[in-house]
Design a protein around this ligand. Structure first.
Ligand code: SAM
Ligand code: SF4
Ligand code: SF4
Length: 338
């Protein structure tokens, strides 16, 4: 697309794009896709509704043209989408894109890590909420132990992918794992990011009382480790970091509930069926799949995406209360991808 053909300018920064490639998952994590809501009869998106890899590539190029520097692939479980390395390869070739990552439950990494690395993937974030087999099986709703995830982490390291670990902390469920997970990750040279349990979607039964805040996690960690804060690496960085003073390993906190960061939010989300969400807590997205399939030019697509972004006034986390959580219709996490 010719630069000088575009008259649409963004009036707020857009740096980061999350692309959900599939809404299905092989887990049923109770904070994300509880098994009683996502049972055998649940209707996932049909294949024809999903954006093709060519469509994703086209939209991604326009987002990069508009300023996006980082793309993260997510889901559902992104590695369940057939031939994901093919998409990674297409995206890696986009000029101006600086970083491409993947968020995964890790189980399929032994199969795909090598191909993903060869295709140009830089980093994976692997979700692991407990080291205890029984508890982990209970959390993922499928009785799957930690073994397959740990093997996935090893495979990613072996093939040279950067690895970070994501741990959602829910009070009374896995807060007992905060310190063991920290020790494990520190010993294995892995950055662990604690994620405050969020009220995404409407099936997980979220209550404010279930949230363990960054402050509480930090206090607990300080009883076991010497840590010092690390300055943000760039504007809009979502995680806040500390470093263990006796190593170079960092630990991160995603404080979406206790210390919201809407004013510096530069992230757009593209769902697997081609809807743009300007906030994780939107109820409806803005369709661009049918717009594209009906023959929109790149110019028109860029204009539409700019208009959607310029119109946004999202600050859900800044305004969150127990009441706003009940009042609002929100899209499920497995659909929009975190
Ligand atoms: N299946 C992949 C995985 O689990 O990493 C990618 C999709 S998952 C929706 C993306 C991230 O969202 C994961 O790190 C997961 O732990 C996190 N997540 C899911 N539900 C959440 C919730 N209610 N609150 C906070 N984080 C959540
Ligand atoms: Fe699946 Fe990831 Fe959601 Fe767990 S958090 S149910 S692995 S999409
Ligand atoms: Fe961005 Fe919405 Fe999260 Fe605020 S609540 S940081 S606007 S995604």
């Amino acid at each position: 697309m010719e630069k000088n053909m575009i008259t649409d300018k963004l009036n707020r920064p857009l740096r980061d794009l999350r692309i959900s490639v599939i809404d299905r998952c092989n887990f049923r994590c109770q904070y994300c896709m509880p098994a009683d809501s996502f049972g055998p009869d649940f209707e996932f998106l049909p294949r024809s509704a999903l954006l093709t890899y060519e469509e994703i590539e086209r939209v991604a190029k326009i987002f990069v043209y508009l300023g996006v520097k980082k793309i993260r692939l997510t889901g559902g479980e992104p590695l369940l989408r057939r031939d994901l390395p093919v998409l990674v390869e297409k995206l890696s070739a986009i000029e101006g894109l600086e970083d491409i990552g993947l968020t995964t439950n890790g189980v399929l990494l032994p199969k795909f890590a090598e191909q993903l690395k060869k295709a140009g993937l830089k980093r994976v974030n692997v979700s692991l909420d407990s080291l205890d087999n029984e508890l982990f099986g209970k959390i993922n709703g499928r009785g799957i132990g930690t073994g397959p995830v740990l093997e996935g982490i090893e495979a990613a390291k072996k093939f040279g992918l950067g690895v970070k670990i994501n741990m959602v902390v829910k009070k009374g469920l896995n807060d007992s794992e905060i310190v063991p997970m920290a020790k494990f990750c520190k010993d294995h040279n892995l950055e662990l990011r604690y994620i405050e349990y969020m009220d995404v979607g409407s099936t997980n039964g979220w209550k404010m009382d279930d949230v363990v805040t960054k402050k509480q996690i930090h206090q607990l960690l300080k009883e076991h480790f010497n840590m010092e804060p690390v300055n943000p690496a760039y504007f809009g960085e979502v995680a806040k970091h500390d470093r263990y003073t006796d190593s170079n390993v960092q630990v991160g906190f995603i404080t979406s509930v206790s210390e919201s960061f809407c004013s510096s939010c530069t992230r757009a989300r593209l769902s697997a069926n081609g809807q743009i969400f300007t906030c994780l807590f939107n109820g409806n997205g803005h369709d661009i799949r049918n717009f594209m399939r009906n023959g929109a030019t790149d110019q028109e697509l860029a204009g539409r995406i700019s208009a959607i972004w310029n119109d946004r006034a999202d600050r859900y986390s800044d305004e969150r209360t127990a009441e706003t959580n009940k009042q609002r219709k929100k899209i499920e996490m497995s659909y929009i991808g975190g």
